[in-house]
Every structure is written in structure tokens, then in C-alpha cells.
Design a protein around this ligand. Structure first.
Ligand code: IMP
Ligand code: MG
Length: 198
């Protein structure tokens, strides 16, 4: 198969997805390498993986399958009630249940964008007195950063496009796409206008 064929958007999604930014093969390869890096740093110590709902689903499932060390898994629900592609006020929809006091925590999110989410979640986790917190994101959109925060592990650096797929959504849709793609701007512009008019 030619490289062009491999990276062309499947016909079903062409009206909504402009291009494929990261293919399923590139995702699989990078996630494996990321897991090796994390494994090396944690040196076999048991970790608590804390994942932010819901964008991490696919990344998390792939990542932890490659982590050869003992771990426990928990989730924090956090939603940003903004319009369109802009993040708004953060609301916690599910609290952590596992006690992380004295534990090594790996905090996983889908994408580090403005940094507002992680810069609120990390201090909240710190109050629970873990031994250490390491942060891991699949994607880093550094151009949009507002808060002074970096992730310890980053899958891919990406340019300033609104992306969907491999767990990432726009208005809860497109999470099921097996690749990371760029959403056509008219899709989110239409939705924002619709919401604003109401
Ligand atoms: P931040 O708080 O601005 O860093 O954004 C973090 C959250 O916003 C992520 O967990 C995503 O849910 C969402 N987000 C930011 N950029 C994108 C994007 O390009 N596509 C999909 N979701 C995004
Ligand atoms: Mg989201």
C-alpha cells in the first residue's frame, strides 16, 4: 500500500475530517515507546494510574497494556463547559476513589492545550499527598498554552489544529476514529454559531 493511500481520510469521514494527522500505526508505535520510558522511570514500583475521563479511553487502554509493572487504575471526571472548541469553566464529575497517599501516581490526559485542566487537577491531587505525580499526555499543543505547565511524558507535539479521534472528541463525537485527524473548521464554527444563537 502506498503512503498516500494509508494516510487518506476514509470516505465516510471526508466531509468532517480534513486530514489525518497521526495514523493508527504511528499511534501504536509511539505508545509502545512511551510505555517503555515510563516503565524505566518507575523501576518496577507499583503505580496508581489516574486517568481523566473521557478523552483518554483509547490511549489509556493501549498504554497500560504495554506497562509491565504492577498498577491500579482510577479515573477523575472533569468536564469543561465551554462553547465549541474553547475550554470554559472546569467541573468535576467524578472524584478519585483509590487512596494515593504515599503512592507513585501517573496522571494521564489526552491533550495538553491551554493547560487549564492539568494546572487545576495536579494541585488537587497533590492535596492527597502522593509520593510523586508524573504527568503523561498523548498530544501537546504548545502554541495554545496559557498556564505554565508541561507534561513529563508526551506522545506527539502537534500544531494548533482542533483534532479528533483516538478518544478525542468534538461535542462528544468522533472518539471512535482509529486515527488522530484534523476537524474541518466549518464543523465547529457551525456548532458554535448554533449554540450562541440559542
Ligand atoms: P486544556 O485545559 O486547555 O489544556 O485542555 C484540555 C482538554 O481540552 C483536553 O483534555 C480535551 O478534552 C480538550 N481539548 C483541547 N484541545 C483539543 C482538541 O484539539 N481536540 C479535542 N479536545 C481538545
Ligand atoms: Mg474533551
Amino acid at each position: 500500500m502506498s503512503a498516500k493511500l494509508k494516510t487518506s481520510v476514509p470516505p465516510r469521514w471526508r466531509k468532517e475530517v480534513q486530514s489525518i494527522l497521526i495514523t493508527d500505526e504511528q499511534l501504536a508505535r509511539r505508545v509502545k515507546i512511551l510505555a517503555r520510558e515510563i516503565e524505566r522511570d518507575f523501576r518496577g514500583r507499583e503505580m496508581v494510574v489516574v486517568s481523566l475521563l473521557s478523552g483518554t479511553v483509547m490511549f489509556l487502554a493501549d498504554l497500560i497494556r504495554h506497562l509491565n509493572l504492577p498498577l491500579r487504575l482510577d479515573f477523575i471526571g472533569v468536564s469543561s463547559y465551554g462553547l465549541g472548541t474553547e475550554s470554559g469553566e472546569l467541573v468535576f464529575t467524578k472524584e478519585l476513589r483509590i487512596d494515593v497517599r504515599g503512592r507513585d501516581v501517573l496522571l494521564v490526559d489526552d491533550i495538553l492545550d491551554t493547560g487549564k485542566t492539568l494546572s487545576r487537577v495536579v494541585p488537587k491531587l497533590r492535596l492527597l499527598k502522593p509520593r510523586r505525580i508524573k504527568t503523561c499526555v498523548l498530544l501537546n499543543k504548545a502554541a495554545r498554552r496559557v498556564e505554565k505547565i508541561q507534561a513529563d511524558y508526551v506522545g506527539f507535539e502537534i500544531p494548533d489544529h482542533f483534532v479528533i479521534g483516538y478518544g478525542l472528541d468534538f461535542a462528544e463525537r468522533y472518539r471512535n476514529l482509529p486515527f488522530v485527524g484534523v476537524l474541518r473548521p466549518h464543523i465547529y464554527k457551525e456548532v458554535s454559531q448554533h449554540v450562541c444563537k440559542k
